[in-house]
Structures are given as structure tokens and as C-alpha cells.
Ligand binder design. Sequence first.
Ligand code: ADP
Ligand code: MG
Length: 267
Amino acid sequence: MSKAEELATRLRQAEERLERARGMETLGRLSGGIAHEFNNLLTGILGYASLLRTLLPEGGDGHEAAVMIERSARRASELTRRLLEYSRRESANPRPVEIHKLLGEAIGILSRSVGKGVEIRTELRAPSDLVMGDPEALLQALLNLGINAGEAMPGGGLLTFATGAFASDGSVTFEDVPVPEGAYVSVSVTDTGCGIPESIRDQVFAAFFTTKAPGEGAGLGLPLVRSCIRGHGGFLHLESREGSGTTFRILLPAAPASGEPGGTRSS
Ligand SMILES: Nc1ncnc2c1ncn2[C@@H]1O[C@H](COP(=O)(O)OP(=O)(O)O)[C@@H](O)[C@H]1O
Ligand SMILES: [Mg+2]
């Protein structure tokens, strides 16, 4: 294996780990609710175990058992506390993000990880590319779309990132959802790959849905892209023709033209 190939493989593995980590984050958020319930139950168990311990004669079997219950409950409580902390770590406060700069970063990473025959192009037409949000999450979303596009073109092809301005007067709908009036930055990711058959178009956004071989796809890319974009007050639209390629189009509310812009590095 050449140095470049090895690097690409390592990068790819790192990206897969990242994808899985973000899946864990979603699960973490879900389990946060359960952890809360659980903690309330544990408080009861702990309380009664302590009571039992004081009621039962020291040195007897019952007393020892109560001590064990108390100890286990305390450990479980500690665990759920950590779970809760984890799930509360919601995405940081929104920051100004320059989409063109972010695309540059995404392409830098992708150009090393997509197949050799894949050419990456940009058509940056948005006069203002500023949005408010979480640059890490948005970068991850762009990477997920780019990785999927690369994987859809095993024999090579063209991957195009295009941006533009988009204005909604409130009558526009995206995936049947009305787009609130306002200015948006549009980002589309287009590949010339295998396309997405009509029959699975409704399923690709479902968590754990994948058409890839076991170990190759976790089926968490698109659900996370969608939740990220929605979390930003944005919209995601899919257009595909089987055999000729796919376009994922993102609309993100444009930021008012002020504030300190930043990529993922600045904070
Ligand atoms: N650009 C694309 N071209 C063709 N199929 C795609 C593309 N993007 C996503 N898909 C389909 O959607 C499925 C789900 O994608 P994703 O959620 O990223 O999970 P994964 O990539 O792990 O399979 C993929 O397995 C594939 O079938
Ligand atoms: Mg994927």
C-alpha cells in the first residue's frame, strides 16, 4: 500500500469513527431522558436501602445485603449522573460561519478520502455566505454528504459543491414544508454516481438504514445531516435519478451581514 493510500485509509477510518461518535451523540440525547427517570427511581432505592440498613441489626445477613444494595445503587446513580452530563452537552452557542471557508475545509479533507477518479469542483455563487451555527456540526454534515457522494462513484465521476443565494417569500416549500420568508444560503452537493432508486428514497434518512456492506456503512450519515440542518433552522432536499446521480440541496438561513466570521478553527 502506498503512503497516500495508507493515509486515505486512515482518514476514512477516522471519519467513520467520527460518524459513529455522532450517532452515539444522538443516542446520548435520547438516553438523557431515560437517565433522568432512572435517577429518580434510584433515589428511592437508595433511601430505602439506607433505612433498611439502620433497621437491621449490624453483623446480620440482612444488614450486609442492605449495604450491598446501597453500594450498587450509589454506583448506578453515579453512572446516570455522567450519562445526564453527557446528554446535556448540547451544541454550543451559534457562531457566524462562512460557508465558503467551511467548504474549503471539507474539500481539503474529502480530496484525500474520495476515490482517485473523483474530481471535485466548486461553483461558489452565493454573494454572501454567512450563516449562524455550529461550524463543527456543519462541517461534519458536508463531509457526510461528500463521503456518500464519493461512495456512490466507485468508478469515478464529478463531485460538485455549489452555493447560491435563495430568497423565500413564504410560499416556497421544500420537501412539502413551507420555507419561512427570508434570505437563505443554498449549498448543493451533486454527484454523478449511481443515484438513489425511487423505492428507497423515503428510507435513506432513517437511522441505521444503509445499502452498504456490513462494516462499511452505519446508516447514520443522512439522519445526522438532516437533524443538523433542521437544528440550524434549515432545509434539506434530495433529488436523484437512478443511474445518473444525486443532488442534496441545503438551505440555511442567511446571517445578518455583521459579526465576526469564523471557520471551525476560530472560536
Ligand atoms: N450520494 C448518494 N448516492 C447514492 N446513494 C446514496 C447517496 N447518499 C446516500 N445514499 C444512500 O443512502 C443510504 C444511507 O446513507 P447514510 O445515512 O449516509 O448511511 P451509510 O453511508 O452509512 O450507508 C446509503 O447506504 C445509500 O444507499
Ligand atoms: Mg454515509
